[in-house]
Design a protein around this ligand. Sequence first.
Ligand SMILES: CSCC[C@H](NC=O)C(=O)O
Ligand SMILES: [Zn+2]
Ligand SMILES: [Zn+2]
Length: 421
Amino acid sequence: IQSDHPIISRFQRYLQINTAHPNPQYREAADFILSEAESLSLQSQTLEFVPGKPLVLLKWPGSDPSLPSVLLNSHTDVVPAEHDKWVHPPFSANLDPNGDVYARGSQDMKCVGIQYLEAIRRLKASGFKPKRSVYLSFVPDEEIGGHDGAEKLAESDVFKGLNVGIVLDEGLASPTENYRAFYAERCPMWLVIKATGAPGHGAKLYDNTAMENLLKSIESVRRFRASQFDLVKAGLKAEGEVVSVNMVFLKAGTPTPTGFVMNLQPSEAEAGFDIRVPPTADQESLEKRIAEEWAPASRNMTFRFKQKVSVLDKAGRPILTATDSSNPWWALLEDAVKKANGKLGKPEIFPASTDARYFRNLGLPAIGFSPMANTPILLHDHNEFLNKDEYLKGIDVYESIIKAYASYVDGGRSAVSRDEL
Ligand SMILES: CSCC[C@H](NC=O)C(=O)O
Ligand SMILES: [Zn+2]
Ligand SMILES: [Zn+2]
């Protein structure tokens, strides 16, 4: 059902726009955001770095334009859903009797985009005036890599003109009462390994077949995977602190119209792996392992990357946002969450990828945060939902954070002491 509570109903309306790949309704989503922005008297512009993929940029001007601004980023696209496996249709945004809103994007991350707007609505109503300008970016394409969205924005002259000082982007739901906040993310390495070998009769035992060569690699990958997973299971490392490797496809055999030839050992076999590398891991030694153990030329193997993101920046430093006193935004966030009666867990490394990496690559601090406590982690899963009360609490939290961020004046204390002289 559609809620009669205007805040919940607006959330539902955003979720009801089907922005799933491969054909996201970006125009409808942009129009929705623009009409919300108009009702809030925010300045707006629509950037179309790639035709058909609008990026909406909103501005709440601050009273001191010399101060670096705050950027609240969210993506408008969502991953596809298998409609028949959901208890409620994934774009119905049905509110059930428990107060759970079911929709693709309810956690990832339409909730966040519209919570930003609701928080600004409250702050405006309360008469709050920001010192720093607050920008909101609603970007396309995060789920397919962000190349036509956040990456283009971060590279643009428009972005330079925003003079951004801090970026907020998405985090993850938390099954406990503690919210989660992320200071870095693992980097994707999408690896395809290919084995070749002598073809032959399916009844013959001989060495060096493509299948045998590939299986040796898979065994080696699995040993490595287990060694990493064991560290997590033993509680020695958090999920984002180990290298994850998961096999995502296998491709081999000689097809027939109804299946595969059964008595022929094929001459080629391929496997694909989604590997995620923490920013502080030794990526070079992992690449060496790939070349020497997982796809050795000595076993007639080759490999290629469908995607490979470096864990280091141009200066050779791991790409991460400081969480110590060198980054005042972290303490401000902790404090603001507390003020809104929320609890924050220890800073974490995001296990997958987000658009935050494009901003961190520029040297900007970026914090991944989606205020969803007491919520099962359902992003990209069937039956993704968010409870309306958690959603409303999240608005309080953003109200507190935006207020703190937009009021923060670096070096304010020394200015006071000068006045006192
Ligand atoms: C590397 S581009 C893909 C980005 C995607 N982001 C969220 O799931 C991910 O797979 O992490
Ligand atoms: Zn997301
Ligand atoms: Zn996602």
